[in-house]
Ligand binder design. Structure first.
Ligand SMILES: [Zn+2]
Length: 353
């Protein structure tokens, strides 16, 4: 049997080992159309499936690069919060879960706060990292939102929140729920300073996050097909014992029902948000040098129905822009529509359409 052990076995082994050495991370399958995606091409296409346009998740730092001018931004150091105050343990200790998530992501918690410019306008972005325990909101995320809001007020910058979250972090119990009012307070600081607060809803935005800061933006933008809701579809279906409509809890469904102002493809996000900011705020250099511009088009921040005070505050932020009909292409029209839609949506009338 020498030939078996000396010849056949090494040959088989070499074939098996060769297969093992083949990197298994070159390709992946699109979860929607099941088309094969070559990772390098997928990355070049901003993690959007090039067969069906499905928007796959994108790393939080990559997203920030896409949004800020020339991909440049400064990440802000976040204040430390006591983690695991409840000494919580489920199948695994919460302290261990946090430690593992930190090791995997190289991040302290599920939020990144960064500042930079978009179209020359100062912007602070608070983005949740889904990779870190499903982007769940605990004390650190609440603290991060407060930091972002304070920075936006101090720098007279717009605040953009980018939720990507499974909701409140249950391992922090009631403390995680406290972050809901806390983040609302953070957003209110920005609104009182008459600065725009834009929310970019990404997949998924659910639970305590969608029940707090993610749903109180002046303008809500969503990525195509992303899941936005409070409780899961199955839970709702079992509770109300009714069949839910197709497309329920998707960005497009929420757009139709007045909860989202526009659905924008990832490749167009920078341009769209830049345009919105140019309508709501003046680029910093502009504001310093130019006292007023002629041939003006009046645009107001989306006023909240029934709250006269807010509309009045928003009006003080009116920016005068030269009217150039030809330049009013799709994104600008969308931005103008955004200035109108929320007011309608928030009166609740839109839901009856
Ligand atoms: Zn696809």
């Amino acid at each position: 049997m020498n030939w078996l052990t000396n010849f056949i076995r090494p040959k088989i082994r070499s074939i098996v080992e060769q297969q093992k050495e083949m990197p298994d991370n070159l390709w992946q399958k699109c979860p929607k159309c099941e088309g094969m995606l070559f990772n390098r091409d997928l990355e070049a296409n901003l993690n959007v499936c090039y067969h069906c346009g499905n928007h796959l998740k994108i790393a939080v730092m990559k997203r920030l690069e896409l949004l800020f001018d020339e991909g440049r931004f400064v990440e802000l150091a976040q204040p430390k919060v006591p983690h695991d105050p409840l000494k919580f343990k489920d199948r695994k200790k919460y302290a261990d879960r946090i430690r593992d998530a930190r090791a995997e992501t190289g991040r302290q918690d599920a939020i990144v706060v960064a500042k930079g410019t978009m179209g020359g306008v100062a912007v602070v972005i608070a983005a949740l990292d889904f990779e870190f325990m499903g982007g769940s909101m605990g004390a650190a995320v609440g603290e991060g939102l407060l930091l972002a809001a304070r920075e936006a007020v101090a720098e007279q910058a717009a605040l953009i929140a980018i939720p990507a979250s499974g909701g409140a972090r249950m391992q922090e119990g009631a403390i995680s729920l406290m972050q809901m009012p806390r983040t609302i307070v953070a957003v209110e600081m920005v609104k009182q300073a008459k600065l725009p607060y834009i929310v970019l809803l990404t997949d998924p935005t659910t639970g305590g996050v969608s029940a707090s800061f993610a749903m109180v933006g002046d303008i809500h933008i969503a990525e195509p097909g992303c899941m936005i809701g409070f409780a899961g579809k199955r839970v709702i279906q079992e509770t109300i014992r009714e069949e839910l409509p197709p497309g329920f809890q998707t960005a497009e469904y929420l757009l139709d029902h007045g909860m989202v102002d526009m659905v924008v493809e990832r490749k167009d996000l920078h341009l769209t948000i830049t345009r919105i900011l140019s309508l709501l705020m003046r680029p910093m250099a502009d504001a310093r040098s130019e006292p007023s511009r002629g041939g003006a088009l009046k645009l107001t921040m989306p006023g909240k129905a029934g709250k006269g005070g807010k509309t009045a505050k928003a009006k003080s932020k009116i920016v005068r822009l030269p009217v150039k009909a030809k330049e009013a292409d799709g994104a600008q029209k969308a931005a103008e529509r955004a200035a109108v839609v929320p007011a309608k949506g928030r009166t609740g009338k839109a839901a009856n359409r």
